[in-house]
Design a protein around this ligand. Sequence first.
Ligand code: PHE
Length: 340
Amino acid sequence: MSDLQERIENIEKEFLERISSCENSSDLENIRIHYLSRNGILNSEILKNLSQLSKDDRPVIGGLANKLKKKLELLLKEKKDAFSSEIGSSKVDLDLTLPGRRSFIGKLHPLTLTMNRIKEIFVDMGFSIAEGPDIETEYYNFDSLNFPQNHPAKDMHDTFYLEDGKLLRTHTSPVQIRLMEKKKPPLRYIMPGKVYRCDSDVSHSLMFNQVEGLVIGENVNFSHLKYVLHEFARAIFHKDAEVRFRPSYFPFTEPSAEVDITCVICKGKGCRVCKNTGWIEILGAGMVDPNVFKSVGIDPEKYTGYAFGMGVERIAMLVYSIDDIRLFFENNLEFTKQFS
Ligand code: PHE
């Protein structure tokens, strides 16, 4: 073995030792310069001297030297890549003052948040929760609730009828009937759910959410209803929230009222959400009509009750100052991710 051949082997050994103990990229650069630069060991000790070798030795040594050069280049590159992938280690240049990238965590939809809050307020007041089907019969949606046969709400313009004669419930009141069929009074329930009406503009959508309430007992009266709804308004809006009861009509309650709350968007001045009245109707309510009790076999001489039904979208619009109901259903992330 010639001296140069031995030297090549030693260079390789020495290089391997140095590179395996090398700890950062500036040391690595020094190693590269030491072995592979123009004046590095491989050039100055081996390649530059090839011309002085015999014709036979020259290709052998030249070949070995080039093979070593390639090998060293490859090892340097591997080590360099390893350093740059060690993110967070002090061995790489890392600007710890840069802001981090947040991972996007999903958020609850504003309607879900509002629905949860409504449930929470009533559960705190001692209400239980019940649900019923979205697809209903005329009996549950209308007849059992004392709607006369020719009531305008049964008209095709408001109700989505299905081919089998069933319909999409237009309110959550049918759940009152289903509940009273199953449970004996006293009852104190809220019944949240989706409802459907053929009506659509900035404050109406084809599908929306309601929360129905029903309280039945031996001495339940209108002042209990007023108290509970006022408490609710103060809990969900503001401790000074104002509520007004307007006489109204529903087939299933008598007397009936529509309940308004001061428009929180315009603070009562008038805007497109409150149609310039300063008030927003958030629910319908009243004392359960004796005919409804009769349709489920509850004795109207013994029991009285109140019921209410509120629109969840309306309430969410007031809570979050949103002036177009359609925003809830467009699934625009820029909109929905703002709420918590
Ligand atoms: N169901 C009525 C509606 O959708 C609201 C309501 C419920 C009114 C209960 C009175 C009592 O408009």
